[in-house]
Design a protein around this ligand. Structure first.
Ligand SMILES: [Zn+2]
Length: 429
C-alpha cells in the first residue's frame, strides 16, 4: 500500500502518462501504469507534475516591509540600501518573524519549498540573524531554508562589519556572504573577497556573494572570487549572485573571465526581476538591461539558477513568491525564447538551483524526496507562459496546499464557452 499515487502525469522532460507512487515521503516508483493501492490518489491527466520550485537568492529579513519607513523614490539600488539603513534600527525580532512567516505561507502556495535567504549582519544587534534562525526552525516541516551572512553595508565599510559577520556564523548561519562592489574601493572589495573565502575554507562553509551588482564594466570582483575559489579549493561551493556588471563588460575580457569562472565551478545566480528593475538607472538611452550573460554562461557549462531576490521591500515593490514569474522575466531579458532555451530556463528554477543550494534527494527519480507540484498546465512551456495555478503542492508525500483550477466561464452572443487557463489552444481537442 502506497501513501500516495499521482496518476497519468506529464513530466518536465516531456514524458506523458506517468504515475508517481510515494511511500514514507519518498518517490517509490515513477513509471507508466503502476499497480497497487494507495491511501490517496491524485488524477494528473493533462497536468504537468514537477519537483517543487527553489529560490536560491532572497532577502527574507526585508520582505513585506514595503513603505517602511518610506518608499524608494529614485528606484535605485543605492536608495534602497539607504532606505533599509533607515529602517534597520527599528527592526524587532517579532516583526521580522511575522513578516517572514507570512511570506513563507505565500511561497508554499506557489510551490516554492526551498529558499536561500541573505541575512543582513550590518546591525551588531543581529536581530535579523536571531529572527531568521527562528524562522528556519519553524518552517522546516515545509520549507528548506538556508541562511547567508550578508554584510549589507560592507564587510570592511561598516563599523562592526567584520565582527558581526563572524558572530552570525557562530550563531548558526550557514553560508558566508559578501558585497565587494559596495566596499569603499576596488582594493577593499578584492580584500573582502579573499578574507571571506578564507573564513569559508576555515569553517568548511559555502560562499554566496552579491557580486558586481552594478553597471560599471570595470567592477570585476567575480574575477577575484573565481581566483580565490580555486586558491582555497572551494570549487563548486561558491555562488556569484547578480553579476550584472558582466552585461556591460568588454567582450574580449568576458571570454577570458568565463573560462576562469568555469574552472572555479561558480554557481551563477542572476535575479532577472530585480536586475531589469534596478540596473541601467543612470543611463539615458539606450538603457542597459543589466542582466548577466545567461546564454553564454550556460553554454560554457556553468550552473545558472535564478533568484527572486525581493518581494515588497525597499528595492522592489512587486513580486508574489512565484518562481515562474522569475522565469518568465528571464526568458524576456535574456532573450531565450526558443523551445530548448525555455526548457533550460525551467531547469534553472528547479534542478540547477538544487545544485546551487546543495539540496540532497531532490529530483524525479526513485528515492528522491516527494516534494512535488501539480500545475494547471500541460508542459513546461505552458507553465512558463501562463504562470498557472499550483493545483497541489506536496511536501514529503503530503499535500500541504491546494488551489482550485482557474476556469473562466464566458457567454458570447448567447453562446456559452469555457477557458481552462491550463490548456494550450494549439493542443485543444
Ligand atoms: Zn540580493
Amino acid at each position: 500500500m502506497f501513501d500516495l499515487i499521482i496518476k497519468n502525469a506529464n513530466l518536465p522532460d516531456g514524458r506523458k502518462g506517468i504515475d508517481i507512487a510515494v511511500s514514507a515521503g519518498k518517490i517509490a516508483a515513477i513509471e507508466a501504469n503502476i499497480a497497487g493501492e494507495a491511501r490517496e490518489t491524485i488524477d494528473a491527466t493533462n497536468r504537468l507534475v514537477s519537483t517543487s520550485f527553489i529560490d536560491p537568492h532572497f532577502h527574507m529579513d526585508a520582505t513585506l516591509s514595503l513603505g517602511l519607513p518610506r518608499m524608494n523614490v529614485s528606484g535605485t539600488l543605492l536608495e534602497g540600501i539607504a532606505l533599509w539603513g533607515e529602517l534597520r534600527p527599528q527592526l524587532t525580532k517579532e516583526a521580522l518573524v511575522e513578516r517572514a512567516l507570512a511570506y513563507c505561507d505565500l511561497a508554499v502556495s506557489q510551490g516554492l519549498l526551498h529558499i536561500r535567504t541573505h541575512v543582513d549582519t550590518s546591525d551588531p544587534r543581529l536581530v535579523t540573524a536571531e529572527a531568521m534562525l527562528e524562522v528556519k526552525e519553524r518552517v522546516a516541516p515545509y520549507i528548506d531554508l538556508q541562511l547567508v551572512a550578508f554584510p549589507q553595508d560592507g564587510y570592511y565599510r561598516a563599523a562592526d562589519g567584520v565582527k558581526s559577520l563572524e558572530r552570525a556564523l557562530d550563531m548558526g548561519v550557514d553560508i558566508v556572504g559578501g558585497i565587494p562592489h559596495f566596499e569603499r574601493t576596488m582594493q577593499d572589495g578584492a580584500a573582502s573577497v579573499e578574507a571571506l573565502c578564507r573564513i569559508a575554507a576555515d569553517r568548511g562553509l559555502p560562499v554566496d556573494m552579491h557580486c558586481d551588482e552594478t553597471d560599471d564594466p570595470m567592477s570585476r570582483h567575480i574575477e577575484t572570487l573565481s581566483a580565490q575559489t580555486v586558491r582555497f579549493g572551494l570549487q563548486g561551493r561558491v555562488a556569484g549572485s547578480h553579476l550584472t556588471s558582466m552585461h556591460s563588460m568588454d567582450n574580449y575580457y568576458v571570454s577570458k573571465l568565463i573560462t576562469l569562472m568555469a574552472e572555479a565551478q561558480i554557481n551563477v545566480i542572476p535575479n532577472p526581476l530585480i536586475n531589469i528593475m534596478l540596473q541601467g538607472r543612470h543611463d539615458t538611452y539606450p538603457k542597459r538591461r543589466g542582466m548577466t550573460r545567461v546564454r553564454e554562461l550556460m553554454s560554457a557549462g556553468l550552473n545558472v539558477s535564478f533568484g527572486h531576490d525581493c518581494v515588497m521591500d525597499p528595492w522592489y515593490s512587486m513580486g508574489s513568491g512565484d518562481m515562474l514569474e522569475v522565469g518568465h522575466m528571464a526568458i524576456h531579458v535574456a532573450q531565450m525564447s526558443g523551445v530548448e532555451d525555455k526548457k533550460k530556463i525551467f531547469d534553472a528554477l528547479t534542478v540547477n538551483s538544487a545544485k546551487t543550494m546543495g539540496l540532497e534527494n531532490y529530483g524525479l527519480s526513485v528515492g528522491c524526496n516527494a516534494d512535488l507540484l501539480m500545475l494547471q498546465a500541460e508542459d513546461v512551456l505552458e507553465a512558463l507562459r501562463l504562470k498557472p495555478t499550483r493545483l497541489a503542492v506536496i511536501r514529503r508525500g503530503k499535500v500541504i496546499a491546494r488551489t482550485e483550477p482557474k476556469i473562466s466561464h464566458l457567454v458570447l452572443d448567447g453562446r456559452p464557452g469555457q477557458i481552462d487557463a491550463g490548456r494550450n489552444p494549439t493542443t485543444r481537442g
